[in-house]
Each structure stands twice: as structure tokens, then as C-alpha cells.
Design a protein around this ligand. Structure first.
Ligand SMILES: Cc1ncc(COP(=O)(O)O)c(C=O)c1O
Length: 399
């Protein structure tokens, strides 16, 4: 059932001074299946260590799926906290009525932004003493505790206190009256890539460093502080990676995060990318197609023009290298992908007509195409494929 859609700006027209909604499936769109999100969260939760919490990572507009929608369905599936990247993303979810704890995974470091964070009941990720002092002062001023998570760098070299630095100043931070340490965390750099998880693997070394640090700060004295390390890949590496909470993005959306391993759960991709056929033409043999004539017909060829292009977020590098699905059959894309349109070779089709929908990503029950396939072809990762989809594509929200 279709629940609604987003991107009002691009889907309304003025007619007799009335706003009339244009069908969001008029050209190209993303369908998001809320129940798939809930089911994926439920399944992953049931594989976690007992009492382990689940943070649904909904940054970058819920990996392109619509952050508010994903958050609601993740909460239905059992998510305890949400992770966003920016202050704006957090404020947006609060303004949409999301009530559960939200952690900002990126850095918020100015007094002004930390105050906004506090006032919107968002938790910042803290990587320095300076930020702790600001948070404590804000808490003092408003006679409340400022909830936050402390981050430690165990090998990602991005945000986080250095390990020795953290061990030296943890007691001092903990003694601040107006700070509430809701969590301590670190982030894995290679969990999705490590071929084998053994003592020497980088992922294991990061875990050992994290565990040693927790021992050094005598973490067992603070049972309410949530300890977390694992992203999707880390979560599937085993219960000793779960600690008190996992932070799951990609797998909640239905995808295996590993390059070389399978996952034991039946994750369901929540997203389908679809578009309409806007025109059909026949070309003679030896005719070039699209910019640069990167495809030349070797016979009389029937082409369908599809209303989607790189301005919608389809990487141009995929030109001549992907397919689309129509009624359970795959048809090859030919020629350079243009800004708003691309062409497919439908010479062997008997049933395709103008106005038909085709599937570019997702499954129609018979055939499927995954973001991983696109990622391999474009020398990137599925995360980037999903986050590339532009606002011009309406998100059609389904359950
Ligand atoms: C700090 C942090 N935790 C968790 C995640 C979720 O990662 P994944 O999508 O691999 O589950 C991310 C995503 O990049 C992240 O930056």
C-alpha cells in the first residue's frame, strides 16, 4: 500500500490557482518498503547478545531512503536509538516528532552548535576535553545534565580521543557534574573487508585495544554507560563485538555489508529504483547512441528511452554496463547515461510500451539487481550508490 511521498517541491503544479499533486511515479522514483526495514531490524536484534541495544543509523536521509520514514519503521522493529551525521539531520527528526535518543555521529564543536544540540535533546559525539567543558558549562547554565557519547579512536583515525589521552582524562570527564555519559564508542575501519577474523586482523586488533581501554578506565564500575563498537559488518562478526549496543546502517536497509562473506539472515532490501519508458524508437545498423556514440548498433535495433539519468544519482560510469528489469526480463542499457535520460536495448521485447515501468534496482520476484552489483561496476561501495540518489527522485513510501 502506498502511504505517501516526499519532495513536494517537485511534484506539484499550479492549475487554476489550485495546487494539484502530480503522480510521484510520473517519471522516476524510489519505492521504500517500511516493513522490510522493521523486519530487518527485528531479525538483526534477535541475533544480538542478550540485552544489547540497536542504534538505527539513519544519516544521509536514511541512506537515501527518507530518514523520518526509516526511523519510524526501525523503531517499530525495535530500534532503541538513532544515529545521524549532522545537527540538521537530528533537528529534522525531532521536528517530525521522533522521541527516542539520537546520537550525532559527526562532530559538533562550537559553543553555539552544542547549545542547539542540547536544546533539541540530541547527543553529540565528543572527541576532546574542550568540547566536554563546553557541554558541562551548558548543562550547568540550564541546571540539567548534557547527555553525550565519548568517542575513542582505536584505528580509524577520524573522530575520537587518542587511547592514552582518554585513559588519562576519563576520571576528570566523569567527575563533571552536568555531563551524563550515555555511551563510549569507537568505530571499525575494516570490518567489511577483513578476509578472515583472526588474532592479527585489523578489526580484532581494534577490538582488543577497545577492550583494554575499557578495562583501564574500570568500566564495570559504570554499568549505565553504553559501550558500542560495531557497524553492520562488526555486528555479524559475533557477539563479542556487540558490547551494549550496535550501530547498524547498511544491513537495516537489507544489504550484506561484507565483500567476501555471506550473512546468515534473510535481509530484505527496502528500496526499489523505478522509472518509466517515455519513448520508443528504432535505429538502423551502425547507428550511434547517446553522447560520444559509445554504443553503435550492430543490427536494426529497438531502443526505449527511460526517464532517469545522472542528475537523479545514477553514476555515469555505469554507462553501457547495467540492465533494467521489465516483466521479469533484463534489458541492457546502451550508450552514455545522460543527465536526465538513458536508453535500453529492447530489440528482443514483444511487450514493452511507452508508459511502462522498469526496475533499475530491487527485485520483481523473478529478477533482481542490487546496489552491490552497481558498486562493483562503478568501482565504489553500495553505501555510495544509495546515498547518491538526489532529491529530484520522489520517495514513494510503502508498507
Ligand atoms: C560511526 C558510524 N557508525 C555506524 C555506521 C553504520 O555503518 P554501516 O552502514 O556499515 O552499518 C556508520 C556509517 O558510516 C558510522 O559512521
Amino acid at each position: 500500500m502506498q502511504l505517501g511521498f516526499k519532495n513536494i517541491k517537485n511534484n506539484f503544479k499550479v492549475d487554476n490557482n489550485h495546487l494539484i499533486a502530480i503522480d510521484p511515479t510520473q517519471r522516476a522514483w524510489i519505492e521504500v518498503n517500511g516493513n522490510a526495514i522493521s523486519n530487518n531490524v527485528r531479525q538483526i536484534c534477535s541475533s544480538l547478545k542478550s540485552k544489547c541495544k540497536f542504534m538505527a543509523v539513519v544519516k544521509a536521509d536514511g541512506y537515501g531512503h527518507d530518514a523520518k520514514f526509516v526511523s519510524e519503521y526501525a523503531i517499530r522493529g525495535g530500534a532503541d536509538q538513532l544515529g545521524v551525521a549532522t545537527l540538521q539531520e537530528g533537528i529534522y527528526l525531532r521536528s517530525e516528532g521522533i522521541k527516542i535518543p539520537i546520537l550525532i555521529l559527526g562532530n559538533v564543536y562550537t559553543k553555539k552548535d552544542l547549545l542547539i544540540c542540547f536544546k533539541n535533546n540530541l547527543m553529540p559525539t565528543i572527541s576532546s576535553m574542550r568540547e566536554c567543558l563546553i557541554c558541562n558549562n551548558i548543562g550547568k547554565k540550564y541546571k540539567k545534565s548534557f547527555y553525550l557519547h565519548l568517542k575513542v579512536d582505536t584505528g580509524m583515525s577520524r573522530l575520537g580521543f587518542g587511547i592514552d589521552e582518554f585513559i588519562n582524562i576519563f576520571d576528570a570527564i566523569n567527575s563533571f557534574q552536568n555531563i551524563y555519559i550515555d555511551g563510549i564508542y569507537s568505530h571499525l575501519a575494516t570490518a567489511d573487508e577483513d578476509e578472515f577474523l583472526n588474532q592479527e586482523s585489523y578489526t580484532n586488533i581494534q577490538k582488543l585495544k577497545f577492550e583494554k581501554l575499557l578495562q583501564d578506565i574500570k568500566i564495570t564500575k559504570y554499568p549505565d554507560i553504553k559501550i558500542h563498537l560495531a557497524n553492520s559488518a562488526g555486528t555479524f562478526l559475533g557477539k563479542d563485538f556487540h558490547f551494549d549496543m550496535v550501530r547498524v546502517g547498511l544491513s537495516m536497509y537489507g544489504y550484506n555489508p561484507f565483500f567476501n562473506q555471506i550473512v546468515d539472515l534473510k535481509l530484505e532490501p527496502a528500496l526499489c529504483l523505478k522509472s518509466k519508458i517515455s519513448f520508443i524508437r528504432e535505429i538502423e545498423v551502425d547507428t550511434g547512441v547517446s553522447y560520444g556514440r559509445k554504443f553503435i548498433s550492430n543490427q536494426k535495433t529497438k531502443l526505449a528511452v527511460i526517464s532517469i539519468g545522472y542528475a537523479d544519482g545514477i553514476c555515469r560510469k555505469l554507462s553501457n554496463n547495467i540492465s533494467v528489469i521489465h516483466n521479469g526480463v533484463k534489458y541492457p542499457q546502451v550508450g552514455a547515461i545522460t543527465m536526465d535520460q538513458l536508453m535500453i536495448n529492447i530489440t528482443h521485447s514483444k511487450d514493452i510500451k511507452v508508459g511502462d515501468s522498469v526496475l533499475l534496482l530491487g527485485s520483481d520476484g523473478k529478477e533482481s539487481i542490487s546496489p552491490l552489483e552497481w558498486a562493483n561496476k562503478a568501482s565504489t561501495i553500495p553505501w555510495e550508490i544509495l546515498c547518491a540518489f538526489k532529491n529530484r527522485l520522489p520517495r514513494v513510501l510503502m508498507n
